[in-house]
Design a protein around this ligand. Sequence first.
Ligand code: NI
Length: 177
Amino acid sequence: MDMNKIAEASDYKLAYYGNDVLKTRAKKVDRIDQGVIDLIEAMFQVMHRERGIGLAAPQIAISKRIIVVDLGVYKGPALALINPAVEQSSENLVPYEEGCLSVPGIMKEIFRPEITLVTGITPEGKEVRLEADGLLSRVLQHEIDHLNGILFVDRLEDHIRKELTPELKKIKKLNRK
Ligand code: NI
């Protein structure tokens, strides 16, 4: 691995709960240029450094519609998608305990559609449609939410989120470090 790339990835700091970039609808990518390729490489590095299984560009304060996923530890795929979208979702919802690098230390059960049809563009410029279930479907939905300015804690019932207020206040302060 070349040292310049490592230095680039280390320039990117995580955005945490409360940061405006995480509440903003990210911009569509019109052209896959070298900047986008380098960004995806840096996103994989940040995700691995932070031991995450998914990362959306707004989480490193880049408001672009790009996500990376690596389910290698669960024997699943690694992939990057540009302009991803959930085209269809199954009606049945399933629970799963979610966490997020931008909301460290909090894990909560969230119900989401079990199966999704996700479209997007690979870094090679190929349009893909993938039917996802299980953890892949879960992570794709969570990451695509980030592109729409939604965090998993936004999906909690109000009374549950209110209980988290003291913790969330502490997390907000991480943005200033
Ligand atoms: Ni997240």
